[in-house]
Ligand binder design. Structure first.
Ligand code: NAG
Ligand code: ZN
Length: 456
């Protein structure tokens, strides 16, 4: 009886193999696995070249990392990667690994924003590494966007302090790379003041400013009207002399659903190895094209931008670049849409080249609600002592700087530098706004106090 069962089972297995329905047998029959380089199929050489193509929907893939200059951790903790039990984030490794990944393929691009972090990193690099970074910047592979010390809050900041923190970052970029950032990138601040159109457009000279947060009902209407991008005039009096191209990003500042490729992401990577299971190239390309076409309907030109990054992403830059390389290769091979590594500057140039009229925006983007009954207005007044301290020291800094200019800056001993840097750090959208943790608020106050002690 038992013997009979066994032979029946064997017969059954054999039958499965013959019809090829058992995966193990399938592999055996078709000999589709390959254990020796000599007999393996050729490795795919991903074609990552590309740029705008006329007559196609162009998907600008913008690799970026949003690095808060203090929030749940202090600016130094974020840089170093300490206190990871609070939040896993280490900016030093982001910059280390992005630079390596950019060197691997000249078509790859990355934008970097917060100079508070970049300058911490730069000061630790060897001359050799600095030369490599300069080459990458010159080649346009690494581009500084926004380029201020932080990404300033727009509600509780004073305009002088916004100018100062932007100038501080731009001064270093000019000195080290002889470059001037072209694009505003206020992707995370919780609402936007009209003065940005004037400050960033007329004063800083940016060509455009992009942001992620605007009222949810406003965004819903803008999608329908295709007014996500607009000419923004910050002052009725100054009119077109104080304007900038403004843009609400499609999906806050993160990739469209399913295309997040950070090291711990749950989104499916592109599996294109025919020797392994679960090939998904067609499925991934189809959902890429579907999302792009949907977004294309809500924007005015044949150009759309995908923000490929999020908070403190790219600590292992390889996981992103490897997947984006594949996406570009397979999406362009498919041909329904055109995808390529891009930056906001390239995107803005392509948009301008279409020469179409933009709708006008005259006022601000306050207050910001991200859903019904959720208004981000508490931060206008929270942590009032920190807010007051910043205002007070802002006045001191202006005075001290002018006196320092008159008597000449000291080579040794106290200067206004540390107060200037502390002021720049605290303008961050989780700084003076008050949205940071208590220990981070204490850290901001400590930096201010040490800076003030030098100038008082
Ligand atoms: C951060 O880490 C340091 C060193 O491990 C520790 O002393 C400190 O308490 C931590 N801070 C917070 C807020 O957890
Ligand atoms: Zn942020």
């Amino acid at each position: 009886m038992a013997e009979g069962m066994c032979s029946l089972l064997l017969l059954h297995l054999l039958l499965l193999c013959v019809v090829g329905s058992c995966e193990l047998c399938h592999a055996w029959w078709t000999q589709n696995y390959c254990y020796d380089d000599e007999f393996c199929p050729a490795v795919v050489d991903y074609d990552t070249r590309g740029g705008p193509v006329a007559g196609k929907l162009n998907v600008h893939l913008v690799s970026h990392s949003h690095d808060d200059v203090g929030w749940l951790k202090t600016v130094d903790q974020y840089y170093v990667g300490s206190n990871n039990s609070i939040q896993v984030a280490a900016v030093q490794y982001i910059l280390d690994s992005v630079i390596l990944a950019l060197q691997e393929d000249p078509n790859r691009k990355f934008i970097y924003v917060e100079q508070a972090f970049f300058q911490r990193w730069w000061r630790e690099q060897s001359k050799h590494k600095q030369r490599i970074v300069k080459r990458l910047v010159k080649a346009g592979q690494l581009e500084f966007i926004n380029g201020g010390w932080c990404m300033h809050d727009e509600a509780s900041t004073h305009y002088i302090d916004m100018i100062d923190q932007t100038t501080l970052g731009h001064r270093y970029i000019k000195k080290q790379f002889n470059k001037v950032p072209r694009i505003g990138w206020q992707i995370d601040p919780f609402g936007h003041s009209a003065i940005q159109a004037y400050l960033l457009g007329a004063e800083v000279g940016f060509d455009a400013v992009f942001f992620g947060r605007a009222d949810y009902q406003d965004i819903a209407k803008r999608r329908i009207d295709r007014t996500m991008e607009f000419v923004w005039q910050g002052s009725r009096t100054l009119g077109s002399t104080a304007q900038i191209l403004g843009g609400v990003l499609n999906n806050l500042y993160v990739p469209p659903h399913g295309f997040e490729f950070d090291i711990a992401s749950a989104d499916p990577p592109i599996q294109d190895n025919p020797l392994l299971y679960d090939i998904n190239v067609q499925e991934r390309v189809d959902s890429f094209v579907k999302l792009a076409v949907e977004q294309g309907k809500e924007f005015r030109t044949n150009h759309i931008m995908w923000t490929m990054g999020s908070d403190f992403t790219y600590e292992n830059a390889n996981t992103w670049f490897k997947q984006i390389d594949k996406l570009i290769h397979y999406v362009n091979k498919d041909g329904r849409v055109n995808a390529f590594y891009s930056t906001p500057s390239i995107y803005v140039d392509a948009n301008h080249a279409e020469n179409i009229p933009w709708p006008l925006k005259l006022d601000d983007f306050f207050p910001y609600a991200d859903r019904p009954h959720c208004y981000w207005t508490g931060y206008f007044t929270s942590r009032p002592t920190l807010k007051r301290y910043v205002r007070q020291l802002s006045a001191y800094l202006q005075v001290a700087r002018q006196l320092e200019f008159l008597i000449g800056k000291r080579k040794v001993g106290p200067t206004t530098d540390s107060l200037e840097e502390a002021m720049a750090v605290v303008q961050h959208h989780d700084g003076i706004s008050g949205t940071e943790q208590q220990h981070v608020a204490d850290d901001y106050a400590k930096r201010l106090a040490l800076g003030a002690a030098e100038v008082l």
